[in-house]
Design a protein around this ligand. Structure first.
Ligand code: GLU
Length: 301
């Protein structure tokens, strides 16, 4: 078996909140408890939301918590060529088409919403004739979608067990490149996980339904499948998902009240790795980590 390589993949669009720390701590523990490596990728593809200062802050925050990584961090914003190559390969296989829908049209063109609230595109631009595409290109820059097959993708998640999706029905043709030219998360993440030698992806269960798309893209691009572990989410006290705008659980605020070992201790307690909310370092938690101990349900912290 090859050596485990886990990864941090934060989106540097603001300060990290408790939910991000939760994912980072458990991804790090999962890899390090197997003697594995850990890489850091800054998912700064969206130029409207990401800034270098946030990237620097993410790295300071991870270090402050006691989480380390191997090698130089990878910035997605500097990897456009690798994404272009993968995109061209998918195009060569006839799996890509331009989509001229505006946001409003896209919403109107979507079938019933999937369970996570996102819309399933009905594929209408995939049925345009060449002349229609040419006509529309005169006034609009298209986004580009992957044409997914009627195929069921199944995999076994380390925490959530078996998960399956029928791509066409549950997900629909998804965007690979935005109309402003920015490559989409789904494509970038697949290219980068492979390029960085990642064998284990541990992240929040809000991304569980992205995995079938990523597995499908890996197959199309002849890339290996990493193993996946999708963590339960930490919820705000009213049951909502934590977001960057929940400032009270953002690290800057938490640091005013707690030390790093205290924060790590609370997360470790929530994860079932220790039986009291005591202060502890990530290093000390390494021998205590096991997948069996982790909760499977989302929780309010
Ligand atoms: N950048 C994503 C986030 O911060 C994580 C992507 C992933 O783990 O695949 O939510």
């Amino acid at each position: 078996m090859s050596r485990t390589v886990g990864r941090f993949a934060p989106s540097p669009s603001g300060r990290m909140h408790l939910g991000n720390l939760w994912s980072c701590l458990l991804a790090w523990l999962a890899a390090r408890s197997e003697g594995g490596g850990m890489v850091l990728r800054l998912e700064d593809l969206d130029p409207d939301r990401c800034r270098q200062e946030y990237c620097d802050q993410v790295m300071r925050d991870l270090e402050w918590l006691g989480l380390d990584w191997d090698n130089e961090p990878v910035y997605q914003s500097r990897r456009t060529q690798a994404y272009a190559q993968a995109f061209n390969e998918l195009e060569r296989q006839g799996l890509i088409y331009p989509c001229f829908c505006t946001r409003a049209e896209r919403l109107a063109a979507s079938a019933p919403h999937r369970s996570d609230g996102t819309a399933v595109y009905d594929g209408r631009c995939g049925r345009l004739r060449l002349e229609e595409q040419e006509e529309l290109s005169k006034t609009r820059r298209p986004a580009w979608r992957a044409r997914v097959p009627e195929e069921i993708i199944t995999f076994r998640d380390l925490l959530q067990g078996n998960y399956e999706e029928e791509l066409k029905r549950d997900c629909g043709d998804f965007i690979l490149r935005r109309s402003d030219g920015v490559y989409a998360y789904q494509l970038a993440v697949v290219v980068d996980d492979a390029a960085m030698g990642v064998t284990q992806v541990v992240r929040g269960s809000d991304l569980l339904s992205s995995s079938p798309r990523q597995l499908w893209l890996q197959d199309r691009l002849s890339l290996p499948h990493p193993e996946y572990g999708h963590l339960p989410l930490l919820l705000a006290s009213d049951g909502r998902r934590l977001a960057k705008r929940d400032r009270d659980l953002e690290l800057g605020r938490l640091q005013e009240e707690f030390t790093a070992p205290e924060i790590v201790g609370r997360l470790a307690f929530a994860a079932g790795l220790i039986d009291r909310r005591s202060a502890i370092s990530p290093r000390e938690l390494v021998p205590l980590f096991s997948w069996e101990k982790l909760p499977k349900e989302d929780m309010v912290l």
